[in-house]
Design a protein. Sequence first.
Length: 133
Amino acid sequence: MNMHTTSYFDFASLAALKGRETVKQPESSKAVLEKFEALFIDQMLQSMRKATVRSELFDSEGIKLYESLFDKEISEELAKSGGLGLTKDLEQQLGLDSTSRDDKHLSLERLNRSLAVNKSKAMALYSLQAADL
């Protein structure tokens, strides 16, 4: 049974994503964004653990180590399964998916139209103010 699971501490996969040729590929870009989301979720979980009132019963170094390792693995799994949606949002923001490229073109057209409307409104207001003087 050959199951390939990635771990939070899998630095070899991060090194493989580091090459310039692979970063340009959408699959590796998605993997980098997933790693970023996993790091983000892990930082969030660490902050939540620090803000939580703790009992002395569960305050040993072993428990803290277990919780940190558990949080790292949970953050990795959450990022792979969609997590907070940060990966998807970043893909759209960076233009890595095809729908965002089409949306960018449409939003640019909308922006140009709204600028033209705003310009005409500004000119009309200016002419009204100039007439009042």
